[in-house]
Design a protein around this ligand. Structure first.
Ligand SMILES: Nc1ncnc2c1ncn2[C@@H]1O[C@H](COP(=O)(O)OP(=O)(O)O)[C@@H](O)[C@H]1O
Ligand SMILES: [Mg+2]
Length: 241
């Protein structure tokens, strides 16, 4: 059984139609790269259920979820920013992943604190998001996502606003968190730093013009043998901080 199957999924904006065929195996870490406007966020939003396809089928964990609401899907998502409720402490933001009630059960508090410890934020549980750095806020978001322990984890450029060293730290953290789970999630990670895929992702998908043009091992895809990827890498190399 595949964790993810997009079967001739189409999505139409005013001008253009995007079309996706994609499978991912349970526990696989898939990196998604491609130029701005290629359709990377649309792909993730379709997987998460924020966008309803015009055609085709979305199967998650072997079940047709084309029409399933986001909250009913086996999915967690982390965005580039604004993942946290600004008026709630780090602990409450994390606990929301497992307990939606205002009166937090002691067990949920304890688990939220443990999750914060695992991402290196022990001692910052009572801080508000505005009192945390950008990197710390993304750690809180990751703590919540991993605490939820859903089979599929979608990451839409979650570290784009962080510097290279911090980004590498966060990627290593995801790897470490993944290793703590009995059943590691299938990860679909959009990044505009193609190098992030090397050493972390199992596979890379290259998107362009609303289509997945190429998938393969990070080495294969990033070798630039494909002229479309080479053109993209040339452009992004000069944009690398
Ligand atoms: N709300 C929208 N209305 C109209 N067009 C959109 C909307 N959102 C995205 N698009 C278009 O869809 C294409 C894919 O966008 P997106 O998925 O955000 O790309 P990426 O995440 O790769 O930068 C782009 O051409 C973009 O202009
Ligand atoms: Mg995007």
């Amino acid at each position: 059984m595949n964790a993810i199957e997009l079967d001739a999924v189409t999505y139409r904006y005013d001008q253009e139609e995007l079309r996706f065929d994609l499978t991912a195996a349970p526990g696989e870490w898939l990196a998604v790269i491609g130029p701005s406007g290629a359709g990377k966020s649309t792909l993730l939003d379709i997987l998460a259920g924020f966008l309803r396809p015009d055609g085709g089928a979305v199967r998650l964990e072997g079940r047709d979820m084309t029409a399933t609401a986001p909250a009913e899907r086996p999915v967690s998502m982390v965005f580039q920013d604004d993942n946290l409720f600004p008026h709630l402490s780090a602990e409450r933001n994390v606990a929301l992943g497992i307990s939606p009630t205002w009166r937090l059960p002691a067990s949920a508090r304890a688990r939220a604190r443990e999750a914060l410890e695992r991402v290196g934020l022990a001692g910052l549980a009572d801080r508000m998001p505005g009192e945390l750095s950008g990197g710390e806020r993304q750690r809180v978001a990751l703590a919540r996502a991993f605490l939820r322990d859903r089979p599929i984890l979608l990451l839409d450029e979650p570290f784009a606003a962080l510097g290279p060293a911090l980004r590498m730290e966060m990627l290593a953290l995801i790897g470490a968190l993944r290793d703590t789970l009995a059943r590691p999630p299938t990860i679909v990670m959009v990044t505009h730093h193609p190098g992030d895929a090397l050493g972390h992702a199992d596979r890379v998908a290259f998107l362009e013009g609303g289509r997945i043009r190429l998938t393969g091992s990070p080495r294969q895809v990033l070798s630039g043998n494909d002229p479309r990827v080479a053109a993209y890498l040339g452009a992004s190399a000069s944009a690398e901080p």
